[in-house]
Design a protein around this ligand. Sequence first.
Ligand code: SF4
Length: 232
Amino acid sequence: MSPALRVGGLLPLTTLDYPGQLACVLFCQGCAWRCRYCHNPGLICARGEQETPWAEVLAFLQRRQGLLEAVVFSGGEATLQAGLPAAMQQVRALGFKVGLHSAGIKPAALKRVLPLCDWVGFDVKALEEDTALITGVADSGRANWQSLELLLASGVDYECRTSVHWQLSDCRRLQRLAERLAGIGVQHFVVQQVRSQSMLDAGLGPSLCPPAAAALWPYLEQLFPRFSLRSA
Ligand code: SF4
């Protein structure tokens, strides 16, 4: 029997985290990367200070049957937990759609759960060669991009998104990233400007969008069938 999923937080209702669905979000505990702009640093440790027992999560979901449409497994990095496939199966058996937020930290772990997902919000950190500057982990770029290719090959509905902190990126890099994504067939790309209020790296200052970005957004719009820009 797989270990119970470790859930560090629960958002009972959202319309933003799974497009078009009334969903709740389970913030799964633990992550192997250390993105400087991470706005959920309390979820990085494998064990959280305030975990919700899985039995309580299931009881909550049973009370929401017929009211919520989907459950999103977010993080941290949910795919690192051995208990994720069983948890997804239980959620699906209750009649909910299954959403996943992932950066594909371990491609094999993402591949294992893709057949259980209805939708994935996939975080592409940066160009493969630049990813370690964001995550602090060597070879993270290879894992991130291998996982993206697995997702695209799976046929599972998705949104591919990149969080931008303007001290860690610039318009030229973002344009090259977008062109590479379009080149491998990404159909739906979202740029999210990082929330700078609570970040793992307290030394990272506010993220100030450069004036040149105004010319970049129309270019990205014509590069993808679906493109959107989200503010912090
Ligand atoms: S932003 Fe980075 S460090 Fe934070 S949970 Fe996501 S992958 Fe992990």
